[in-house]
Design a protein around this ligand. Structure first.
Ligand code: S6P
Ligand code: ZN
Length: 193
Protein backbone atom coordinates (compact mmCIF):
# COMPACT_ATOMS: atom_id res chain seq x y z
CA UNK A 1 0.00 0.00 0.00
CA UNK A 2 1.35 3.37 -1.03
CA UNK A 3 1.24 6.18 1.49
CA UNK A 4 1.58 9.84 0.66
CA UNK A 5 2.81 12.67 2.83
CA UNK A 6 0.28 15.47 2.82
CA UNK A 7 0.13 17.81 1.00
CA UNK A 8 1.23 16.33 -2.31
CA UNK A 9 1.09 16.80 -6.06
CA UNK A 10 0.65 13.95 -8.55
CA UNK A 11 1.33 13.73 -12.26
CA UNK A 12 -0.29 10.74 -13.85
CA UNK A 13 -1.09 9.35 -17.23
CA UNK A 14 -4.69 8.17 -17.04
CA UNK A 15 -3.92 5.62 -19.78
CA UNK A 16 -1.16 3.95 -17.69
CA UNK A 17 -3.31 2.87 -14.78
CA UNK A 18 -1.39 -0.32 -14.10
CA UNK A 19 1.82 1.61 -13.51
CA UNK A 20 0.37 3.97 -10.93
CA UNK A 21 1.47 3.34 -7.30
CA UNK A 22 -2.08 3.21 -6.00
CA UNK A 23 -3.47 1.57 -2.89
CA UNK A 24 -5.41 -0.78 -5.14
CA UNK A 25 -5.67 -1.54 -8.84
CA UNK A 26 -8.77 -3.53 -9.73
CA UNK A 27 -9.47 -5.21 -13.06
CA UNK A 28 -12.96 -6.41 -13.88
CA UNK A 29 -13.28 -8.96 -16.66
CA UNK A 30 -16.46 -10.28 -18.24
CA UNK A 31 -16.28 -13.39 -16.03
CA UNK A 32 -16.55 -11.10 -12.96
CA UNK A 33 -19.61 -9.43 -14.44
CA UNK A 34 -21.63 -12.13 -16.17
CA UNK A 35 -24.52 -11.68 -13.72
CA UNK A 36 -24.79 -7.98 -14.56
CA UNK A 37 -25.53 -8.27 -18.29
CA UNK A 38 -28.98 -9.15 -19.67
CA UNK A 39 -27.91 -11.21 -22.68
CA UNK A 40 -26.70 -14.40 -20.98
CA UNK A 41 -26.31 -16.26 -24.30
CA UNK A 42 -23.95 -13.54 -25.55
CA UNK A 43 -21.98 -13.62 -22.28
CA UNK A 44 -21.54 -17.40 -22.62
CA UNK A 45 -20.57 -17.11 -26.30
CA UNK A 46 -17.87 -14.50 -25.59
CA UNK A 47 -16.55 -16.33 -22.53
CA UNK A 48 -16.24 -19.47 -24.60
CA UNK A 49 -13.60 -17.70 -26.71
CA UNK A 50 -12.01 -15.15 -24.33
CA UNK A 51 -12.46 -13.23 -21.08
CA UNK A 52 -12.21 -9.56 -22.07
CA UNK A 53 -11.36 -6.80 -19.59
CA UNK A 54 -14.40 -4.55 -19.29
CA UNK A 55 -12.82 -1.89 -17.04
CA UNK A 56 -10.05 -1.22 -14.60
CA UNK A 57 -9.60 1.34 -11.86
CA UNK A 58 -7.12 2.43 -9.26
CA UNK A 59 -7.94 3.99 -5.94
CA UNK A 60 -6.09 5.77 -3.20
CA UNK A 61 -8.27 5.34 -0.16
CA UNK A 62 -7.83 7.23 3.07
CA UNK A 63 -8.93 4.35 5.23
CA UNK A 64 -9.83 4.91 8.88
CA UNK A 65 -9.21 8.60 8.40
CA UNK A 66 -11.67 10.99 10.08
CA UNK A 67 -11.30 13.47 7.26
CA UNK A 68 -9.56 13.81 3.93
CA UNK A 69 -10.49 12.58 0.46
CA UNK A 70 -10.22 9.26 -1.32
CA UNK A 71 -9.85 9.30 -5.09
CA UNK A 72 -9.37 7.07 -8.08
CA UNK A 73 -9.40 6.83 -11.85
CA UNK A 74 -11.60 4.41 -13.81
CA UNK A 75 -11.07 3.37 -17.43
CA UNK A 76 -13.92 1.52 -19.18
CA UNK A 77 -12.86 -0.04 -22.47
CA UNK A 78 -15.06 0.46 -25.54
CA UNK A 79 -17.41 -2.34 -26.49
CA UNK A 80 -20.72 -4.01 -25.75
CA UNK A 81 -22.10 -7.31 -24.54
CA UNK A 82 -25.06 -7.90 -26.82
CA UNK A 83 -26.79 -4.51 -26.99
CA UNK A 84 -25.51 -3.31 -23.60
CA UNK A 85 -22.44 -1.10 -23.59
CA UNK A 86 -19.49 -1.93 -21.34
CA UNK A 87 -20.25 -0.62 -17.86
CA UNK A 88 -19.21 -0.78 -14.22
CA UNK A 89 -20.96 -3.01 -11.68
CA UNK A 90 -22.38 0.02 -9.87
CA UNK A 91 -22.94 0.39 -6.14
CA UNK A 92 -24.53 2.33 -3.27
CA UNK A 93 -22.41 3.99 -0.60
CA UNK A 94 -23.48 2.53 2.73
CA UNK A 95 -22.38 5.41 4.94
CA UNK A 96 -22.86 9.12 4.25
CA UNK A 97 -20.55 10.15 1.45
CA UNK A 98 -21.33 12.07 -1.72
CA UNK A 99 -19.03 11.69 -4.72
CA UNK A 100 -17.75 13.72 -7.68
CA UNK A 101 -17.00 12.27 -11.12
CA UNK A 102 -14.93 14.37 -13.55
CA UNK A 103 -14.53 13.08 -17.13
CA UNK A 104 -10.93 12.97 -18.38
CA UNK A 105 -11.45 11.42 -21.83
CA UNK A 106 -13.92 9.55 -23.98
CA UNK A 107 -17.68 9.71 -23.56
CA UNK A 108 -20.20 7.93 -21.43
CA UNK A 109 -23.25 8.04 -19.20
CA UNK A 110 -23.73 8.04 -15.45
CA UNK A 111 -26.81 6.04 -14.41
CA UNK A 112 -28.18 6.74 -10.93
CA UNK A 113 -31.22 5.80 -8.88
CA UNK A 114 -32.37 6.22 -5.29
CA UNK A 115 -34.38 3.80 -3.17
CA UNK A 116 -37.12 6.44 -3.14
CA UNK A 117 -37.56 5.88 -6.89
CA UNK A 118 -35.71 8.83 -8.44
CA UNK A 119 -33.89 7.77 -11.63
CA UNK A 120 -31.33 9.93 -13.47
CA UNK A 121 -29.00 9.20 -16.38
CA UNK A 122 -26.49 11.99 -17.08
CA UNK A 123 -23.96 12.60 -19.87
CA UNK A 124 -20.26 12.39 -19.06
CA UNK A 125 -17.98 14.21 -21.53
CA UNK A 126 -14.50 15.75 -21.13
CA UNK A 127 -14.94 18.95 -19.14
CA UNK A 128 -18.12 17.79 -17.39
CA UNK A 129 -18.46 17.05 -13.71
CA UNK A 130 -21.25 15.01 -12.12
CA UNK A 131 -22.28 15.20 -8.47
CA UNK A 132 -23.58 11.96 -6.92
CA UNK A 133 -25.56 12.39 -3.69
CA UNK A 134 -25.09 9.70 -1.03
CA UNK A 135 -28.48 8.09 -1.50
CA UNK A 136 -27.99 7.33 -5.21
CA UNK A 137 -26.62 4.08 -6.62
CA UNK A 138 -24.22 4.91 -9.46
CA UNK A 139 -22.89 3.11 -12.53
CA UNK A 140 -20.89 4.43 -15.50
CA UNK A 141 -21.27 3.25 -19.08
CA UNK A 142 -18.88 3.73 -22.03
CA UNK A 143 -21.05 4.80 -24.98
CA UNK A 144 -18.16 5.83 -27.25
CA UNK A 145 -15.62 4.20 -29.54
CA UNK A 146 -12.60 5.00 -27.30
CA UNK A 147 -11.60 4.41 -23.70
CA UNK A 148 -13.84 6.31 -21.27
CA UNK A 149 -11.77 7.62 -18.36
CA UNK A 150 -12.88 9.62 -15.32
CA UNK A 151 -11.61 10.77 -11.95
CA UNK A 152 -13.71 10.03 -8.84
CA UNK A 153 -13.36 11.78 -5.48
CA UNK A 154 -15.20 10.68 -2.32
CA UNK A 155 -14.88 10.98 1.48
CA UNK A 156 -12.73 8.50 3.42
CA UNK A 157 -13.98 5.33 5.10
CA UNK A 158 -17.17 4.77 3.13
CA UNK A 159 -18.25 1.22 2.33
CA UNK A 160 -19.63 0.10 -1.03
CA UNK A 161 -22.80 -2.00 -1.37
CA UNK A 162 -22.64 -4.12 -4.57
CA UNK A 163 -25.14 -6.72 -3.36
CA UNK A 164 -28.28 -4.61 -3.95
CA UNK A 165 -27.31 -4.04 -7.60
CA UNK A 166 -26.39 -7.69 -8.10
CA UNK A 167 -29.85 -8.72 -6.86
CA UNK A 168 -32.07 -6.04 -8.40
CA UNK A 169 -30.11 -4.31 -11.17
CA UNK A 170 -30.58 -0.70 -12.31
CA UNK A 171 -34.02 0.55 -13.43
CA UNK A 172 -32.61 1.63 -16.80
CA UNK A 173 -30.19 0.13 -19.33
CA UNK A 174 -27.97 2.00 -21.78
CA UNK A 175 -27.97 0.10 -25.06
CA UNK A 176 -27.02 0.35 -28.73
CA UNK A 177 -29.99 1.30 -30.87
CA UNK A 178 -30.37 1.51 -34.64
CA UNK A 179 -27.29 2.83 -36.47
CA UNK A 180 -25.19 2.80 -33.29
CA UNK A 181 -27.50 5.29 -31.53
CA UNK A 182 -27.30 5.37 -27.73
CA UNK A 183 -30.64 4.44 -26.20
CA UNK A 184 -31.87 4.44 -22.62
CA UNK A 185 -34.51 1.76 -22.04
CA UNK A 186 -36.32 0.33 -19.03
CA UNK A 187 -34.66 -2.73 -17.50
CA UNK A 188 -37.21 -5.58 -17.68
CA UNK A 189 -35.36 -7.48 -14.92
CA UNK A 190 -35.13 -4.61 -12.43
CA UNK A 191 -36.42 -5.39 -8.94
CA UNK A 192 -36.67 -3.09 -5.96
CA UNK A 193 -34.51 -4.75 -3.31
C1 S6P B 1 -15.91 4.69 -5.78
C2 S6P B 1 -16.22 5.21 -7.15
C3 S6P B 1 -15.44 4.59 -8.34
C4 S6P B 1 -15.86 3.13 -8.66
C5 S6P B 1 -15.26 2.65 -9.98
C6 S6P B 1 -15.63 1.22 -10.36
O1 S6P B 1 -16.83 5.16 -4.84
O2 S6P B 1 -17.60 5.22 -7.39
O3 S6P B 1 -14.08 4.67 -8.12
O4 S6P B 1 -15.49 2.26 -7.62
O5 S6P B 1 -15.68 3.50 -11.03
O6 S6P B 1 -17.02 1.01 -10.25
P1 S6P B 1 -17.59 -0.16 -9.31
O7 S6P B 1 -19.06 0.00 -9.35
O8 S6P B 1 -17.08 -1.45 -9.83
O9 S6P B 1 -17.00 0.15 -7.94
ZN1 ZN C 1 -19.02 5.35 -5.56
Amino acid sequence: MTTFTLPFQLDFDPHALGEFPASKTIIRRLSDMSAYYQDKAKVAEILNAEDPTIYRFWEIEQENAPRGLSFGVTCIYAGSIGREFHMTKGHFHTSPGDELYITLSGRGKLAMFSREGDVKTLDMLPGSMCYIPTAYAHRTINTGADEFIFLAVWPPSIAHDYETILKGGFPQLVVKGEQEAVQIIENPSHQRV
